[in-house]
Design a protein. Structure first.
Length: 241
């Protein structure tokens, strides 16, 4: 059954947000996307997201009629407020508070606020984000409790029900690879490998089995490890059968 509501996917062009976009296209009658330009070091993702959208519409014809408009919001103020390894040329390292310096304070909270305002104007009542509490870097704005609190605050503040969906919340990165394989088979997996962007350093040159990236930043390491675990699990299942 297709949900008649319109969903707005927070879509960066990375693996997780692409998995969320495919998940939403499988479930909702209309799906729009929103990206954010906040002065990110890896802003090449803004180019990748357009390619991913185009490939999804071309390769997955049942989803194409449901894929609606795309929006990019200029939220450069986030970069001005933060001094992090995602918004400046700095080495990636842990801070004294135990969080990595890739943490952009309040980023997801601001993203959801902007997305909710856009959704209200567009007639959408579902926000879909790739936040995850299982395989994450300790970001407090990725926690399930944080997202539930935001859902309540947004619904109250807009005086209309606003659902925040986080389909990856309790999945490992290997589980995320398995999810997209189940949604779109080898074609979707190949699309994610070739066209999505995760690398914090914004590198697209080197092509690994899991995709493009430097291979050493935390985002690349997590993606690579998840891909290896997923492939090993598939092989074990195949051998057992």
């Amino acid at each position: 059954m297709i949900d008649a509501r319109t969903a707005l996917v927070l879509f960066s062009g990375g693996q997780d947000s692409t998995a969320c976009l495919a998940w939403a296209l499988q479930r909702y009658a209309r799906v729009e996307t929103v990206g954010f330009d906040y002065g990110q070091r890896h802003r090449i993702e803004l180019d990748c997201r357009l390619t991913v959208r185009q490939q999804l519409a071309t390769q997955f014809t049942p989803w194409a009629p449901r894929l609606g408009d795309d929006h990019v919001l200029d939220v450069g103020l986030i970069g001005q407020l933060s001094d992090t390894a995602l918004t400046a040329e700095r080495a990636i390292e842990l801070q004294a508070n135990g969080l990595p310096n890739t943490f952009v304070p309040g980023r997801n909270l601001l993203f959801l606020g902007f997305a909710a305002a856009l959704a209200y104007r567009r007639g959408a009542s579902v926000l879909v984000g790739g936040m995850c509490e299982t395989d994450f870097s300790g970001y407090p704005d990725c926690r399930d409790n944080t997202l539930k609190a935001m859902q309540l605050a947004l619904s109250l503040g807009l005086d209309t029900p606003m659902t925040v969906e986080t389909p990856l919340m309790w999945l490992t990165k290997a589980d995320t690879w398995a999810l997209t394989q189940s949604l779109g088979g080898d074609a979707l997996t190949a699309l994610i490998v070739e066209h999505t962007h995760t690398c914090y350093l914004g590198q697209r040159g080197q092509r690994h089995a899991w995709g493009h990236g430097c291979g050493t930043c935390p985002a690349c390491e997590l993606r690579a490890r998840g891909h290896a675990q997923w492939r090993a699990g598939r092989q074990h299942t195949a051998e057992a059968s």
